[in-house]
Design a protein around this ligand. Structure first.
Ligand code: KIV
Ligand code: ZN
Length: 381
């Protein structure tokens, strides 16, 4: 099996659907251009049938963004698929992503359809989408709460109808990693024509396991991950791209030869661009891109990092385009960090002088969250 894991970015579709994250077509284009620079394989630019604005955004991205496959979501309805195809028409490479719910609860209460009719609808939608492109993705919405046998049947039918990617969403963020891995493994072993499609996963973070579930899925045969920058998305969000990509890169000992084509040095920039565009922020302790991801305040950690960064950093800030390791001077900091900071500021001081400043520094740090260079200047004299 191929070791390449395709990165399907849905920041501009699932991410944008979340309250407070809507973007104009121009803003989406700006993000899409950066996503192309980042090296994502597929950009889900929107849901063309959802609104005129969404249609225009998909169309604009299809016209302007070269490199990644441009994709639009569409319900398993001819009118949605036609709109997706129209919006994608100028794209160099295009994908139609059609979906229908497959769990009993969704079929009964939301779709009000019988399972046999859902099978038929899915198959017809995929075949219809193939009239516009050879690249058609089919998603079984709420797959993790669907009956296994029904899932196998609908996936087999979708592939027969022409689906080239089969997506298994954990729509409500319900799965746990071991169970999700088993679901992917079961699909690989029980759908007779599964070798004709790429298996994709799309995990939500309602129980905080979207990234873990996605990683277990690729370990067990999935080769596309749907994810978003900063993990934005419906409710608790989607799997965070930066975390998935860095986990595969940093933990090669566990994941083996699996790799993505992401230029990881663009991750931080992409994260910050999204924050600026949406007026949102990432928490300081956010993995990979948070302000504290490479910051150290405690004395023991500072001493370690100053001696050798790998003592407390499993990746380097440069790997993700982060400005630099930040040594924060606060009440937990030690003499080593203070000495190193004073040296960076241009002061060559004797050990006695450093001892004197360190005492004053500790007293100040007890009153203040962070001690800045200006504070140290005052302490020196
Ligand atoms: O969460 C979900 O199931 C989705 C599908 C439309 C792929 O976003
Ligand atoms: Zn979703």
């Amino acid at each position: 099996m191929n070791n390449r894991v395709y990165i399907f970015d849905t920041t501009l579709r699932d991410g944008e659907q979340a309250p407070g994250f809507s973007m104009t077509a121009e803003e989406k284009l700006q993000m899409a251009l950066q996503l192309a620079k980042l090296g994502v394989d597929v950009i889900e630019a929107g849901f063309a049938a959802a609104s005129k604005g969404d249609f225009e955004a998909v169309r604009l991205i299809a016209e302007e963004v070269k490199g990644p496959v441009i994709c639009s979501l569409a319900r398993a309805l001819e009118k949605d698929i036609e709109l997706a195809a129209q919006a994608l028409e100028p794209a160099e490479r295009k994908r139609i992503h059609t979906f229908i719910a497959t769990s009993e609860i969704h079929m009964k209460y939301k779709l009000k359809m019988q399972p046999e009719d859902v099978l038929e609808r899915a198959s017809r939608a995929v075949a219809f989408a193939r009239n516009f492109t050879d690249d058609v993705e089919f998603s079984c919405e709420d797959a993790t709460r669907s009956q296994r046998e029904f899932l196998y049947r609908i996936i087999e039918r979708a592939i027969k109808a022409g689906a080239t990617v089969i997506n298994i969403p954990d729509t409500v963020g319900y799965a746990v990693p071991e169970e999700f891995a088993k679901l992917i493994e079961d699909i690989m072993n029980n759908v007779p024509n599964i070798d004709k499609a790429i298996v994709s996963v799309h995990c939500h973070d309602d129980l905080g396991m979207a990234v873990a579930n996605s990683l277990m899925a690729v370990k067990h045969g999935a080769r596309q991950v749907e994810c978003t920058i900063n993990g934005i998305g419906e409710r608790a969000g989607n799997a965070a791209m930066e975390e998935i990509v860095m986990a595969l890169k940093v933990r090669k000992d566990f994941f083996g030869e699996l790799y993505t084509n992401i230029n990881t040095k663009e991750l931080y920039k992409t994260s910050r661009l999204l924050c600026r565009i949406t007026g949102s922020f990432v928490p300081p302790n956010k993995a990979v891109v948070g302000d504290n991801a490479f910051a150290h305040e405690s004395g023991i950690h500072q001493h370690g990092v100053l001696s050798h960064p790998l003592t407390y950093e499993i990746m380097s800030p440069e790997d993700v385009g982060f400005p630099a390791t930040r040594i924060v001077l606060g009440k937990h900091s030690g003499r080593h960090a203070l000495k190193s900071k004073l040296k960076d500021m241009g002061y060559e001081l004797s050990e006695v002088e450093i001892d004197r400043i360190f005492e004053k520094f500790k007293a100040l740090a007890d009153k203040k969250k962070e001690v800045y260079e200006e504070d140290l200047e005052a302490l020196i004299y």
